[in-house]
Design a protein around this ligand. Structure first.
Ligand SMILES: *Cc1c(COP(=O)(O)O)cnc(C)c1O
Length: 412
Protein backbone atom coordinates (compact mmCIF):
# COMPACT_ATOMS: atom_id res chain seq x y z
CA UNK A 1 0.00 0.00 0.00
CA UNK A 2 1.21 3.50 -0.79
CA UNK A 3 0.81 6.36 1.68
CA UNK A 4 -2.80 7.46 1.18
CA UNK A 5 -4.12 3.91 0.85
CA UNK A 6 -2.31 2.85 4.02
CA UNK A 7 -3.61 5.97 5.74
CA UNK A 8 -7.22 4.91 5.05
CA UNK A 9 -6.95 1.11 4.99
CA UNK A 10 -3.98 0.27 7.21
CA UNK A 11 -4.32 -2.18 10.08
CA UNK A 12 -4.79 0.64 12.60
CA UNK A 13 -8.03 1.76 10.90
CA UNK A 14 -9.68 -1.65 11.37
CA UNK A 15 -11.37 -3.48 14.18
CA UNK A 16 -13.56 -0.99 16.02
CA UNK A 17 -15.90 -3.06 18.17
CA UNK A 18 -19.21 -2.41 16.44
CA UNK A 19 -17.87 -1.85 12.95
CA UNK A 20 -17.62 1.91 13.35
CA UNK A 21 -15.73 3.55 10.49
CA UNK A 22 -14.11 5.89 13.01
CA UNK A 23 -13.07 5.37 16.63
CA UNK A 24 -15.94 6.13 19.01
CA UNK A 25 -15.21 9.02 21.39
CA UNK A 26 -14.91 7.51 24.86
CA UNK A 27 -15.59 10.78 26.64
CA UNK A 28 -15.30 9.39 30.16
CA UNK A 29 -12.95 9.77 33.09
CA UNK A 30 -13.24 6.20 34.35
CA UNK A 31 -14.33 2.68 33.33
CA UNK A 32 -16.57 0.48 35.53
CA UNK A 33 -16.16 -3.25 36.21
CA UNK A 34 -18.48 -6.06 37.30
CA UNK A 35 -16.31 -7.09 40.21
CA UNK A 36 -13.40 -5.81 42.25
CA UNK A 37 -11.43 -8.90 41.12
CA UNK A 38 -11.72 -7.73 37.50
CA UNK A 39 -10.48 -4.24 38.28
CA UNK A 40 -7.63 -5.70 40.35
CA UNK A 41 -6.51 -7.70 37.28
CA UNK A 42 -6.58 -4.59 35.09
CA UNK A 43 -4.38 -2.69 37.53
CA UNK A 44 -2.00 -5.65 37.74
CA UNK A 45 -1.79 -5.74 33.89
CA UNK A 46 -3.18 -9.32 34.03
CA UNK A 47 -6.28 -8.42 32.06
CA UNK A 48 -6.64 -6.02 29.13
CA UNK A 49 -8.84 -3.09 29.94
CA UNK A 50 -9.06 0.56 30.80
CA UNK A 51 -9.41 2.05 34.25
CA UNK A 52 -8.93 5.80 34.13
CA UNK A 53 -8.45 8.07 31.10
CA UNK A 54 -5.19 9.63 32.33
CA UNK A 55 -3.57 6.17 32.12
CA UNK A 56 -5.37 4.89 29.03
CA UNK A 57 -8.47 5.41 26.87
CA UNK A 58 -9.66 3.62 23.70
CA UNK A 59 -9.96 6.82 21.62
CA UNK A 60 -6.38 7.74 22.51
CA UNK A 61 -5.34 4.19 21.67
CA UNK A 62 -6.88 4.44 18.19
CA UNK A 63 -4.95 7.63 17.40
CA UNK A 64 -1.75 6.16 18.87
CA UNK A 65 -1.96 3.03 16.72
CA UNK A 66 -2.61 5.10 13.63
CA UNK A 67 0.39 7.44 14.00
CA UNK A 68 2.61 4.55 15.05
CA UNK A 69 1.63 2.70 11.86
CA UNK A 70 2.28 5.79 9.70
CA UNK A 71 5.73 6.33 11.24
CA UNK A 72 6.69 2.64 11.30
CA UNK A 73 6.92 2.49 15.11
CA UNK A 74 6.18 -0.26 17.63
CA UNK A 75 3.90 1.93 19.76
CA UNK A 76 2.96 5.49 20.58
CA UNK A 77 1.73 7.62 23.46
CA UNK A 78 -0.36 10.71 22.90
CA UNK A 79 -0.05 13.73 25.12
CA UNK A 80 -1.92 16.92 25.94
CA UNK A 81 0.44 19.03 23.77
CA UNK A 82 3.62 18.84 21.73
CA UNK A 83 5.53 20.29 24.69
CA UNK A 84 4.06 17.63 26.97
CA UNK A 85 5.29 14.97 24.51
CA UNK A 86 8.81 16.45 24.36
CA UNK A 87 9.12 16.91 28.13
CA UNK A 88 7.78 13.41 28.90
CA UNK A 89 10.12 11.78 26.34
CA UNK A 90 13.19 13.58 27.71
CA UNK A 91 12.33 13.00 31.37
CA UNK A 92 11.84 9.28 30.73
CA UNK A 93 15.58 8.86 30.08
CA UNK A 94 17.44 11.86 31.54
CA UNK A 95 18.42 12.34 35.17
CA UNK A 96 20.27 15.04 37.07
CA UNK A 97 23.88 15.16 35.84
CA UNK A 98 23.00 13.95 32.35
CA UNK A 99 23.63 15.85 29.11
CA UNK A 100 21.68 16.31 25.91
CA UNK A 101 23.12 17.22 22.50
CA UNK A 102 20.64 19.31 20.51
CA UNK A 103 20.51 20.85 17.08
CA UNK A 104 20.19 24.63 16.79
CA UNK A 105 17.17 26.59 15.63
CA UNK A 106 14.78 24.61 17.83
CA UNK A 107 11.16 25.54 18.44
CA UNK A 108 10.98 28.33 21.07
CA UNK A 109 9.07 26.21 23.59
CA UNK A 110 11.69 23.47 23.34
CA UNK A 111 14.52 25.98 23.94
CA UNK A 112 12.56 27.14 27.01
CA UNK A 113 12.11 23.56 28.25
CA UNK A 114 15.81 22.74 27.86
CA UNK A 115 16.55 25.92 29.80
CA UNK A 116 14.14 24.79 32.56
CA UNK A 117 15.84 21.39 32.69
CA UNK A 118 19.17 23.09 33.52
CA UNK A 119 17.66 23.78 36.97
CA UNK A 120 17.06 20.03 37.38
CA UNK A 121 20.71 19.36 36.53
CA UNK A 122 20.11 18.26 32.92
CA UNK A 123 22.48 20.20 30.68
CA UNK A 124 22.18 20.78 26.94
CA UNK A 125 25.01 21.30 24.46
CA UNK A 126 23.95 22.85 21.13
CA UNK A 127 25.49 21.97 17.78
CA UNK A 128 25.26 24.81 15.27
CA UNK A 129 25.12 22.24 12.47
CA UNK A 130 23.94 18.86 13.77
CA UNK A 131 25.85 16.17 11.85
CA UNK A 132 27.51 12.88 12.74
CA UNK A 133 30.82 14.74 13.20
CA UNK A 134 29.35 17.42 15.47
CA UNK A 135 27.78 14.68 17.63
CA UNK A 136 31.18 12.92 17.86
CA UNK A 137 32.86 16.15 18.94
CA UNK A 138 30.30 16.96 21.67
CA UNK A 139 29.59 13.49 23.07
CA UNK A 140 31.04 12.50 26.46
CA UNK A 141 30.34 9.96 29.22
CA UNK A 142 27.42 12.08 30.52
CA UNK A 143 25.56 12.30 27.18
CA UNK A 144 22.21 10.45 27.24
CA UNK A 145 20.30 11.84 24.26
CA UNK A 146 20.63 13.52 20.86
CA UNK A 147 17.59 15.66 20.07
CA UNK A 148 16.78 17.56 16.87
CA UNK A 149 13.99 18.85 14.67
CA UNK A 150 14.00 17.21 11.26
CA UNK A 151 13.19 20.52 9.53
CA UNK A 152 13.68 23.44 11.92
CA UNK A 153 11.07 26.16 12.00
CA UNK A 154 11.51 28.77 10.59
CA UNK A 155 15.27 28.49 9.88
CA UNK A 156 14.62 25.38 7.69
CA UNK A 157 17.80 23.56 8.63
CA UNK A 158 17.49 19.87 7.75
CA UNK A 159 19.16 17.26 9.93
CA UNK A 160 20.88 14.35 8.14
CA UNK A 161 19.08 11.67 10.15
CA UNK A 162 21.07 8.59 9.11
CA UNK A 163 24.44 10.29 9.71
CA UNK A 164 23.46 11.69 13.14
CA UNK A 165 21.81 8.41 14.21
CA UNK A 166 24.96 6.45 13.32
CA UNK A 167 27.18 8.75 15.43
CA UNK A 168 24.72 8.63 18.36
CA UNK A 169 24.49 4.84 18.19
CA UNK A 170 28.31 4.48 18.15
CA UNK A 171 28.24 6.19 21.55
CA UNK A 172 25.27 4.11 22.82
CA UNK A 173 22.91 7.08 22.73
CA UNK A 174 19.42 7.29 21.18
CA UNK A 175 18.39 9.92 18.64
CA UNK A 176 14.97 11.56 19.19
CA UNK A 177 13.52 13.58 16.30
CA UNK A 178 10.79 16.22 16.47
CA UNK A 179 9.24 15.70 13.04
CA UNK A 180 6.32 18.12 13.44
CA UNK A 181 7.18 20.23 10.39
CA UNK A 182 7.99 17.25 8.15
CA UNK A 183 5.09 14.86 8.96
CA UNK A 184 5.24 11.17 7.97
CA UNK A 185 4.06 12.19 4.50
CA UNK A 186 7.40 13.89 3.78
CA UNK A 187 9.78 11.78 5.86
CA UNK A 188 9.73 8.85 8.26
CA UNK A 189 12.74 9.33 10.55
CA UNK A 190 12.44 5.86 12.16
CA UNK A 191 13.12 4.27 8.77
CA UNK A 192 16.25 6.45 8.44
CA UNK A 193 17.76 5.41 11.77
CA UNK A 194 16.12 7.64 14.39
CA UNK A 195 14.91 5.90 17.56
CA UNK A 196 11.94 8.00 18.66
CA UNK A 197 9.76 10.44 16.71
CA UNK A 198 7.79 13.23 18.36
CA UNK A 199 5.04 15.42 16.89
CA UNK A 200 3.07 18.39 17.98
CA UNK A 201 -0.21 17.03 16.58
CA UNK A 202 -1.60 20.57 16.96
CA UNK A 203 -0.01 21.32 13.57
CA UNK A 204 -0.12 19.20 10.38
CA UNK A 205 -1.52 15.96 11.82
CA UNK A 206 -4.64 17.74 13.06
CA UNK A 207 -4.52 20.11 10.10
CA UNK A 208 -7.61 22.11 10.97
CA UNK A 209 -6.21 24.14 13.84
CA UNK A 210 -8.84 22.79 16.26
CA UNK A 211 -6.94 21.13 19.13
CA UNK A 212 -3.62 21.08 20.92
CA UNK A 213 -1.88 17.72 21.22
CA UNK A 214 1.36 15.78 20.98
CA UNK A 215 2.54 12.23 20.35
CA UNK A 216 5.66 10.15 20.98
CA UNK A 217 6.33 7.19 18.66
CA UNK A 218 8.90 4.59 19.72
CA UNK A 219 10.83 2.74 17.01
CA UNK A 220 11.38 0.00 19.62
CA UNK A 221 14.79 -1.01 18.21
CA UNK A 222 17.28 0.91 20.34
CA UNK A 223 19.50 -1.34 22.48
CA UNK A 224 19.45 0.40 25.86
CA UNK A 225 22.57 0.05 27.99
CA UNK A 226 21.04 0.03 31.47
CA UNK A 227 24.36 0.96 33.06
CA UNK A 228 24.35 4.16 31.05
CA UNK A 229 20.59 4.89 30.97
CA UNK A 230 20.10 4.22 34.66
CA UNK A 231 16.70 5.98 34.51
CA UNK A 232 15.46 2.86 32.69
CA UNK A 233 17.14 0.36 35.02
CA UNK A 234 13.91 -0.79 36.66
CA UNK A 235 12.55 -1.60 33.21
CA UNK A 236 15.48 -3.68 31.97
CA UNK A 237 13.34 -6.81 31.62
CA UNK A 238 11.48 -5.09 28.76
CA UNK A 239 14.70 -4.82 26.68
CA UNK A 240 14.20 -2.51 23.69
CA UNK A 241 10.69 -1.63 24.94
CA UNK A 242 12.03 -0.27 28.26
CA UNK A 243 11.58 3.35 27.14
CA UNK A 244 7.95 2.84 26.09
CA UNK A 245 7.07 0.97 29.27
CA UNK A 246 8.70 3.56 31.53
CA UNK A 247 6.91 6.34 29.69
CA UNK A 248 3.48 4.75 29.81
CA UNK A 249 3.48 3.31 33.29
CA UNK A 250 5.54 5.97 34.99
CA UNK A 251 6.57 9.36 33.56
CA UNK A 252 3.65 10.05 31.20
CA UNK A 253 1.10 8.67 33.62
CA UNK A 254 2.52 10.61 36.57
CA UNK A 255 3.20 13.91 34.84
CA UNK A 256 -0.47 13.72 33.88
CA UNK A 257 -0.31 15.09 30.35
CA UNK A 258 -2.83 12.82 28.65
CA UNK A 259 -4.68 13.91 25.50
CA UNK A 260 -8.40 14.58 25.86
CA UNK A 261 -10.51 11.86 24.13
CA UNK A 262 -12.41 14.42 22.04
CA UNK A 263 -9.09 15.88 20.85
CA UNK A 264 -7.82 12.40 19.96
CA UNK A 265 -10.91 12.03 17.75
CA UNK A 266 -10.34 15.43 16.10
CA UNK A 267 -6.71 14.51 15.47
CA UNK A 268 -7.77 11.13 14.09
CA UNK A 269 -10.17 12.61 11.53
CA UNK A 270 -7.70 15.39 10.71
CA UNK A 271 -5.06 12.79 9.91
CA UNK A 272 -7.41 11.22 7.32
CA UNK A 273 -6.49 13.97 4.87
CA UNK A 274 -2.79 14.36 5.76
CA UNK A 275 -1.54 13.17 2.36
CA UNK A 276 -3.88 15.38 0.34
CA UNK A 277 -3.20 18.43 2.47
CA UNK A 278 0.59 18.04 2.47
CA UNK A 279 0.63 17.57 -1.30
CA UNK A 280 -1.29 20.79 -1.80
CA UNK A 281 0.48 22.74 0.96
CA UNK A 282 3.94 21.86 -0.40
CA UNK A 283 2.92 22.69 -3.97
CA UNK A 284 1.52 26.06 -2.84
CA UNK A 285 4.60 26.85 -0.72
CA UNK A 286 6.90 26.02 -3.63
CA UNK A 287 4.95 28.26 -6.04
CA UNK A 288 4.67 31.12 -3.55
CA UNK A 289 8.38 30.96 -2.64
CA UNK A 290 9.45 31.04 -6.30
CA UNK A 291 7.05 33.91 -7.07
CA UNK A 292 8.09 36.24 -4.23
CA UNK A 293 11.77 35.32 -4.69
CA UNK A 294 11.57 37.18 -8.03
CA UNK A 295 10.50 40.45 -6.35
CA UNK A 296 13.24 43.04 -5.68
CA UNK A 297 14.55 43.50 -2.09
CA UNK A 298 12.96 40.27 -0.83
CA UNK A 299 15.08 37.44 0.55
CA UNK A 300 13.16 34.17 0.65
CA UNK A 301 14.00 31.12 2.78
CA UNK A 302 12.39 27.98 1.33
CA UNK A 303 13.92 24.56 0.83
CA UNK A 304 13.10 24.01 -2.85
CA UNK A 305 14.77 27.27 -3.95
CA UNK A 306 18.00 26.18 -5.71
CA UNK A 307 20.16 28.57 -3.64
CA UNK A 308 18.94 27.14 -0.29
CA UNK A 309 21.85 25.70 1.75
CA UNK A 310 19.84 22.55 2.59
CA UNK A 311 18.37 22.11 -0.91
CA UNK A 312 20.16 18.78 -1.43
CA UNK A 313 18.01 17.14 1.26
CA UNK A 314 14.78 17.87 -0.61
CA UNK A 315 15.41 14.86 -2.82
CA UNK A 316 17.58 12.74 -0.54
CA UNK A 317 15.44 12.91 2.59
CA UNK A 318 12.18 14.80 2.02
CA UNK A 319 10.68 12.95 -0.93
CA UNK A 320 11.04 15.99 -3.20
CA UNK A 321 8.98 18.26 -0.92
CA UNK A 322 9.97 21.49 0.83
CA UNK A 323 7.28 21.47 3.53
CA UNK A 324 4.69 24.09 4.36
CA UNK A 325 6.77 26.80 6.04
CA UNK A 326 8.60 29.62 4.34
CA UNK A 327 9.97 32.89 5.58
CA UNK A 328 11.14 36.05 3.90
CA UNK A 329 12.97 39.21 4.86
CA UNK A 330 11.72 42.59 3.75
CA UNK A 331 14.38 45.01 5.09
CA UNK A 332 12.80 46.40 8.27
CA UNK A 333 10.40 45.55 11.08
CA UNK A 334 8.12 48.42 10.00
CA UNK A 335 7.85 47.06 6.47
CA UNK A 336 7.28 43.52 7.81
CA UNK A 337 4.33 44.74 9.92
CA UNK A 338 2.93 46.74 6.99
CA UNK A 339 3.18 43.77 4.61
CA UNK A 340 1.51 41.39 7.10
CA UNK A 341 -1.26 43.92 7.82
CA UNK A 342 -1.93 44.24 4.07
CA UNK A 343 -2.47 40.51 3.45
CA UNK A 344 -6.09 39.76 2.54
CA UNK A 345 -6.15 36.01 3.05
CA UNK A 346 -3.44 35.06 5.55
CA UNK A 347 -4.60 35.05 9.15
CA UNK A 348 -2.28 36.87 11.55
CA UNK A 349 -1.88 34.00 14.00
CA UNK A 350 0.80 32.15 15.93
CA UNK A 351 0.38 28.60 14.65
CA UNK A 352 1.53 26.42 11.76
CA UNK A 353 0.04 23.48 9.89
CA UNK A 354 -3.46 24.89 9.47
CA UNK A 355 -5.25 24.53 6.12
CA UNK A 356 -5.56 28.34 6.23
CA UNK A 357 -2.45 30.37 5.40
CA UNK A 358 -1.05 32.01 8.54
CA UNK A 359 1.51 34.82 8.79
CA UNK A 360 3.43 36.24 11.73
CA UNK A 361 6.37 38.49 12.64
CA UNK A 362 8.28 35.96 14.78
CA UNK A 363 10.87 38.35 16.31
CA UNK A 364 8.20 40.34 18.18
CA UNK A 365 6.09 37.32 19.18
CA UNK A 366 7.50 33.77 19.23
CA UNK A 367 11.02 34.97 20.12
CA UNK A 368 10.35 37.92 22.46
CA UNK A 369 11.80 35.95 25.35
CA UNK A 370 14.88 34.69 23.48
CA UNK A 371 18.19 36.53 23.31
CA UNK A 372 19.31 38.15 20.04
CA UNK A 373 21.83 35.32 19.45
CA UNK A 374 19.18 32.61 20.01
CA UNK A 375 16.76 34.45 17.73
CA UNK A 376 19.26 34.84 14.90
CA UNK A 377 20.40 31.21 15.33
CA UNK A 378 16.75 30.32 14.70
CA UNK A 379 16.87 32.23 11.40
CA UNK A 380 14.69 35.04 12.76
CA UNK A 381 15.62 38.69 12.17
CA UNK A 382 13.81 41.97 12.81
CA UNK A 383 12.55 42.00 9.22
CA UNK A 384 11.52 38.30 8.94
CA UNK A 385 7.96 37.27 8.08
CA UNK A 386 7.04 33.62 8.64
CA UNK A 387 4.32 32.02 6.58
CA UNK A 388 2.60 28.69 7.20
CA UNK A 389 1.16 28.03 3.77
CA UNK A 390 -2.39 26.68 3.51
CA UNK A 391 -4.48 24.97 0.86
CA UNK A 392 -6.01 28.06 -0.80
CA UNK A 393 -5.51 28.47 -4.56
CA UNK A 394 -1.85 29.24 -5.28
CA UNK A 395 -2.76 32.01 -7.75
CA UNK A 396 -4.67 33.87 -5.03
CA UNK A 397 -1.84 33.49 -2.52
CA UNK A 398 0.73 34.73 -5.05
CA UNK A 399 -1.48 37.69 -5.95
CA UNK A 400 -2.04 38.51 -2.28
CA UNK A 401 1.59 38.38 -1.15
CA UNK A 402 2.74 40.24 -4.27
CA UNK A 403 0.27 43.08 -3.74
CA UNK A 404 1.13 43.32 -0.02
CA UNK A 405 4.85 43.53 -0.79
CA UNK A 406 4.50 45.94 -3.73
CA UNK A 407 2.03 48.24 -1.96
CA UNK A 408 4.44 48.60 0.95
CA UNK A 409 7.79 49.48 -0.66
CA UNK A 410 10.98 49.79 1.42
CA UNK A 411 10.84 52.82 3.68
CA UNK A 412 7.19 52.34 4.66
C1 LIG B 1 4.36 23.69 17.93
C2 LIG B 1 5.60 22.91 18.06
C3 LIG B 1 5.93 22.27 19.25
C4 LIG B 1 5.07 22.40 20.51
O1 LIG B 1 3.82 21.86 20.33
P1 LIG B 1 2.52 22.33 21.17
O2 LIG B 1 1.47 21.41 20.66
O3 LIG B 1 2.28 23.76 20.84
O4 LIG B 1 2.84 22.13 22.60
C5 LIG B 1 7.08 21.52 19.30
N1 LIG B 1 7.88 21.41 18.23
C6 LIG B 1 7.61 22.01 17.05
C7 LIG B 1 8.54 21.84 15.89
C8 LIG B 1 6.46 22.79 16.93
O5 LIG B 1 6.18 23.40 15.76
Amino acid sequence: MLFNTRLLHGKSTQGFEQGQTLPPISQVSAFRYESMEDLEKVFAHKKMGFAYTRIGNPTLGAFERRISELEGGTGAICCSSGMSAISSAILAICESGDEIIAGSGLYGGTIGLLHDLEKLGIHTLYADELTGDSVRSLVNERTRLVFAELISNPSLKVVPVTDVAAAAHEAGIPFFVDSTTATPYISRPLTLGADVVIHSTSKYLNGGGNSIGGIIVDGGKFKWDFNKHTALCEYRKYGPMAFSVRLRTDIWENLGGCMAPANAFLNYIGTDTLGLRMERICENADKLAHAIDKLPDIEVNYLTLPQHPYHKYVDSQLGGYGGGILSFRVGSKERAFAVINSLKYAYIASNIGDIRTLAIHPASTLYVQASREETEAAGVYDDTIRVSVGIEDAEDLIYDFTQAIQNNPPGT
